[in-house]
Design a protein around this ligand. Structure first.
Ligand code: GLN
Ligand code: ZN
Length: 757
């Protein structure tokens, strides 16, 4: 027999039921009991899907009302002391307050879960943190599964990953020193699960795929030896999101009963672990992407493993299925519109079924699932041979790019002179990052248009009116380089995806981003081509309204790639360069239309960095090239801007400089321009616009605050190189505060200008 299990399931439900219930509960439109009942029903459904597919265990403990790392903070008693809550007797309301903040306390900070788009709540460890076991969350879910007569396997994130993902707060100390206090509490929790009858416990240690300091790596030995000695259950140590081959020796010697490997992200590591002497869980179905597997190919890998390992072989998705949408079969529109693409996809339920087929084939031979294997093969063959997705013209264009295609004609020092000559901007020019408030009217207009209640002409007229409004306000504010406000864009990636060939959209392909928030990434499935201009009309219209300079606005190739589900049949770098080349067509059309200041946003460039530093250079190399390709061929006097936010950029400054944008605008205000100091130390060569106020808040900054930031900036950036702008786009703000905020920004700028002149 071959054990088939999943590492975790999506929590929000096939139709995002949990999201809607939570939000109703927060608005006090739903009772606590109703929310609890709905969650219980969702768990039951999830388990039924796993059991129906013949899984040998259902995963329990993976369900959460907000985040599994928050659950772990509660389970170990490590919730932030500043809330003053008792973790042993935490109410559901208090739980949500930890996640969302309350009147006195800001919410626990969130950050990205490894290189996914899921966000976890960052544990706040203090020197004085005391842990205390509270396994109720897991025990309750186990009891539910038992009541249904299901064979279950609890899943929990392990102590080293938990500590690693946290932050030190208060008095300086090293959170690693908390490990000795944490491990006994884990023992208590794990034993509580064992006492409920858990034969196996899955302990996730994805931190093993990072560059961990040596003492952290070495600690695994003692921690897991303690578990082996004191916990009355078998432990499956789960790694994912990357190779753990560098730790092979350690892992083979670890006192656990099984090891899970991500063979999608790092198939090559299998060779290193083939002689593993205990249970080996092979993660062979992609838990991070939406493509249907070629099951014959998977069997080619697992059959020899089976021959070697016998019953010690387990099969699973590469990681938790949390990162994939729920069910492809509801995508009837996509199926009707693009049946070929539909046949190449697999969401959570389809992936679970793929594992059922693999299990059956391993136990009874391929003939027992011939129909399924044939269908999978047919889809794979059709995809490999599709003329729609492999377009010779696209490949030829990429292949024939000259070696210096991604270089500007002249260096920055010469370009900027030509740009300044026609731009005629004052010192410290002011600008915006792109979007202006996305009012309810704008969103209504878009919704009515999509429903067919508003004609295209009426919709466009409404957008034009909005653009005119945005232009007039900027003129009144006396800003220097204007933007059109992006009213016509639903989302900075989706908007371009809808206008480019090679992209598709699902209707229900939601994945959890954080808490009740889900995103629906576009699907990049084919070679990317821009069939016709995308933004030129809008920018041209905006420019026609004003004597001031209008900045064109595009989303960059890396950000489009990063926020989509990306095809897996060609390298990501190739997809990214294709997008860059497609965007260059737009840039040249904008230039031709007289839009000679063009911003190419790359807020996601930092988050695309690989988990391991040794892989950074290769990524930065192709990401940079793709970005530069997006402006290939522009004249020297055309000014290319870029914009970045959401992260710290200190460690990739050379790569950012290598993008060779004439101007970079960047989020800095929340860190008190700390970031900028790094730009100064590094001597960032081109123009730079550090954000002077935080756009996440409706608060109107005081003039002194902006002045303080700008003076700080002037210490590290020559005044000729400095721009003035908000941290990011303004689409989440209201109009009144936007005007008030920008007024202060302009007022302070004018004061400093007079001083510097
Ligand atoms: N141009 C975009 C906007 O202003 C940039 C958004 C972003 O950086 N996330 O909305
Ligand atoms: Zn931004």
């Amino acid at each position: 027999m071959t054990t088939f299990h999943v590492l975790g399931f999506p929590r929000v439900g096939a139709k995002r039921e949990l999201k809607f219930a939570q939000e109703r509960y927060w608005r006090k439109e739903l009772d606590e009991q109703d929310l609890l009942d709905l969650a219980k029903a969702l768990r039951e459904k999830n388990w039924k899907h796993q059991a129906d597919a013949n899984a040998d265990f259902v995963a329990v403990g993976d369900f959460t009302f907000y985040d599994h790392i928050l659950d772990l903070q509660v389970a170990t008693g490590a919730i932030p002391a500043r809330f003053g809550f008792d973790s042993q007797n935490l109410t559901l309301d208090q739980y949500f307050q930890l996640a969302r903040g309350n009147k006195e306390q800001f919410a626990i900070e969130m950050t990205k879960w490894f290189d996914t788009n899921y966000h976890y709540l960052v544990p706040e460890f203090q020197k004085t943190t005391e842990f205390k076991a509270n396994p109720a969350h897991y025990v309750q879910q186990i009891r539910e599964a038992k009541a249904l007569g299901l064979k279950f396997k609890p899943v929990i994130v392990g102590p080293l990953t938990f500590l690693w993902l946290g932050k030190e707060k208060g008095e300086a100390f090293n959170r690693f020193d908390l490990l000795n206090k944490l491990v006994p509490v884990y023992v208590d929790i794990l034993n509580a699960l064992a006492a409920e009858g858990a034969e196996w416990i899955q302990i996730d240690e994805p931190a093993l795929a990072l560059d961990l300091p040596k003492e952290w790596v070495e600690a695994y030995k003692a921690v897991y030896a303690t578990f082996a000695e004191k916990v009355n259950a078998k432990v499956l140590l789960a790694t994912y999101f990357g190779s753990v081959a560098e730790h092979a020796e350690l892992l083979k010697g670890l006192a656990v009963d099984g090891l899970h490997l991500d063979l999608i992200r790092a198939p090559e590591q299998l060779a290193v672990f083939e002689d593993y002497s205990k249970v080996l869980s092979a993660g062979v179905i992609d838990g991070r992407n939406i493509w249907r597997a070629n099951l014959n190919k998977v069997l080619d890998v697992v059959e020899p493993l089976k021959a070697k390992l016998g019953d010690r072989l387990w099969i699973a998705p590469s990681c938790s299925l949390l990162h994939t949408p729920f069910d492809l079969s509801v995508e009837t529109q996509l199926q009707a519109k693009n049946p070929a693409l539909y046949s190449w996809l697999a969401f959570t339920l389809q992936k679970v079924d793929e594992l059922r087929v693999i299990k059956t084939a391993l136990e009874q031979g391929r003939a027992a699932v011939k129909a399924e294997l044939d269908a999978s093969q047919a889809a794979a063959d059709a995809r490999a041979n599709s003329k729609e997705i492999h377009r010779p013209d696209v490949a030829a264009r990429l292949a024939s790019l000259p070696a210096d295609a991604d270089k500007r004609k002249s260096p920055f020092a010469e370009r900027i002179k030509l740009q300044n000559a026609w731009l005629n901007l004052p010192l410290l020019p002011t600008t915006n990052i792109g979007s202006f408030p996305q009012t309810t009217e704008i969103r209504h207009a878009r919704a009515s248009f999509k429903k067919g209640d508003l004609s295209l002409a009426d919709y466009e007229a409404a957008m034009k009116k909005e653009i005119e409004y945005v232009v007039r306000r900027q003129e009144e504010l006396d800003l220097d380089v204007l933007v059109h406000g992006e009213a016509e864009r639903n989302d900075m990636v989706e908007y371009f995806g809808e206008l480019l060939d090679g992209f598709a959209f699902t209707k229900f392909g939601w994945v959890q981003s954080y808490g009740s928030r889900c995103v629906k990434p576009p699907v990049i499935y084919g070679d990317v081509v821009r069939p016709e201009p995308m933004t030129v009309r809008w920018s041209q219209y905006a420019q026609s309204l004003t004597q001031k300079v209008m900045k064109g606005m595009l989303t960059g190739p890396v950000t489009i790639l990063q926020w989509s589900f990306v095809r897996n049949d060609i390298p990501r770098s190739t997809v990214c360069k294709q997008i860059g080349v497609a965007l260059s067509d737009e840039v040249l059309d904008l230039e031709k239309a007289g839009i000679k200041v063009i911003q190419i946003d790359e807020p996601a460039i930092r988050e695309g960095l690989p988990l391991k530093r040794s892989d950074w250079d290769a990524y930065l190399q192709w990401a940079g090239e793709a970005f530069r390709l997006s402006y290939m061929g522009v004249q020297d006097d055309t000014q290319i801007h870029t914009h970045m936010c959401y992260s710290e950029f200190n460690d990739i400054l050379p790569a950012i400089a290598g993008l060779d944008a004439d101007v970079i605008t960047i989020e800095t205000s929340r860190s008190d321009m700390e970031l900028l100091t790094a730009f100064g130390d590094f001597k960032y060569p081109n123009d730079i616009g550090p954000g002077v106020y935080d756009i996440h808040s409706p608060r109107v900054p005081k003039a002194e605050e902006i002045e303080h930031l700008l003076r700080k900036a002037l210490k590290v950036v020559p005044k000729e190189r400095l721009w003035v702008n908000p941290d990011c786009g303004l689409k989440t703000r209201g109009w009144a505060e936007t005007i008030a905020q920008l007024e202060v920004m302009v007022e302070v700028t004018k004061k400093l200008r007079a001083e510097l002149a």
